[in-house]
Design a protein around this ligand. Sequence first.
Ligand code: ATP
Ligand code: MG
Length: 464
Amino acid sequence: MKTVLLVDDDQEFTTIAARIIEFIGCDVYTAGSIEEAKQWLADMRFDHLFLDFMLPDGSGLHLIDHIRNQKLSAHITLITGHPSVKAALANMCDDQINYLTKPIEADDVKRVLNRKTAAKPSQADPFERHFGCLIGHSPAMKKLVTMIERVAKTNANVMLMGESGAGKEVVAQAIHNASQCSGEQVAINCGAIAKDLIGSELFGHEKGAFTGAVGQKQGVFELAQDGTLFLDEVTEMPIEMQPNLLRALETKTVTRVGGAKPIEVNCRVVSATNRTLAEIAHKNVLREDIYFRLAVFPIEIPPLRARPEDIPLLSEYFVHQLNEEYKTHYQLSEQAHSVLAAHSWPGNIRELKHCIHRAFIMADPDTTTLTIDEIISSPFTTQQESQGQVQPAEPAATTASVAAPSAPVKVGETIEEVEKKLIYQTLNSVDGNKTLAAKMLGISTKTLYNRLNAYEQSTSEDTQ
Ligand SMILES: Nc1ncnc2c1ncn2[C@@H]1O[C@H](COP(=O)(O)OP(=O)(O)OP(=O)(O)O)[C@@H](O)[C@H]1O
Ligand SMILES: [Mg+2]
C-alpha cells in the first residue's frame, strides 16, 4: 500500500481528492500548508505527494526544494487550478515530478500513482537554467538553445540582434558558458565610451601614448585572449573607429595605441545591437565589411511577446530569486498570472523582471501573495508599439479597457478605418491613457481627442 501526502489548503478539494486516493487503495494524510507538510515529512516516509502550487505560506516549489534538499525520493504531483501556470509546471516535470490540473479525475490519480518512484533525487534548483543563465521553454527558446549549443562549439563570430531587454547580454554569456573556452568573457559597450578613448579601450595603449597614458594598458581584445569579446551596442561605435576594428577582425592582431608591434589575439567576438537589419543597412551605422565579419552567425533573439509561454515560468523564476535573496515565501496569485499573461511587454524580460520586483516591494508583509495591480510600461519602450514593432496584447481582463474594434487590418479597408482601429488598439494597450497613447501614435493629445470625438459622433449618427 502506498502512503500519500496531500498538501492543499482547499478543504473541499482535499476531502474529495483524499476519498479518490483512498478508494484507489492508498493510505492518505493531509496538510493545509507547507509548514504542516514539513512536519509530516519529518515524521513519516511518503511514496507520493500531491502538492498544490499555491499554498497559504508559500509556493509549492519551496516544498520541492525541501524534498530535494532532504534527498527524499517521494514522487511529486503538482496540482494547479490555473491554466496559465500549466506551462510553467510542464517544464518542471522530470522523473520525480509531474502535474495535474483541477478538477482531478480518479483515472489521472491512478495513472500518476502507478508511475515508478524516481530512483535518484534531482538537483535542488527547480528551474532549468540553460547554460547556467537562460530560462525559458517556449519553442522559440528551444530553438535559441540549439543555436547556442551548435555555435558555441565553433569559433565563429556571433551577432545578436534583439529589442532592448530581450536578453542579448544573457545569450552572450550563455554562448561563452557553453563554449568551455579557457579564457574570460570581456565586455565593452561601444556606445558608452568617449570617441578619443575607444581605440585605447579596444586595443590598449603604451605608456606615454597620449596625455594621461601614465602606464601601459591592455585592451579588451587582449584581455579576452582565448575567451569571448562581447561588443555590446556595436552599431553605436563611431564610424571613424570602424576601420581599426575591421583590421583587428581580419588580421586577428591588434596594435596598442602608441605601439608598433602587432599582438596576436585569439578570441571569439560576440556583438549585440538593438537595431534591426533594415536600420543597420540603411542608416549607415555599421560598415558592411564589418557586419559580414561580425555576423558570421547572426542570432535574432525573439521579443517576449513572441514567446508568451515563457511569461509564467520567467515570472516564477524572478519571484523565486527574490524569495531566495530576501528569505521570503511569496508566490504570484492567479490574478497576477492573468495580468502578466495579458501584457505585451514592450520592454521585454527586463520589464517583466522589474514588474515582479515592484510587486514584491509593494507586497503586503502580512501575506505571501503577490498581486499585480497595474503594469507601468516605460514610455520609451512603448514607442516601439507606435512604430509597428509590437502587436499590443489584449488588455488584462482585470483592468479597464476601452470598448473598441480590435480586428486585424484587412485589404480593402480605408485608411480612415485602419487609423480608427490603430487608435483604439493603442488606447486599449495603455488602458485608456490618452496622453501615453498620443505619444505612442506620434500625434498630439488634442488630435487624439478630436479623432475620438469624431468617432463618437459618427457612431451616434449611425445609431439614430
Ligand atoms: N532567458 C532569460 N532568462 C532569465 N533572465 C533573463 C533572460 N533574458 C533576459 N533576462 C534578464 O532580463 C534582463 C535584461 O536582459 P539583457 O540585459 O540580456 O537584455 P539586452 O537584450 O541586453 O537589453 P539591452 O539592449 O537594453 O542592453 C536582465 O536582468 C537579464 O538577466
Ligand atoms: Mg544589453
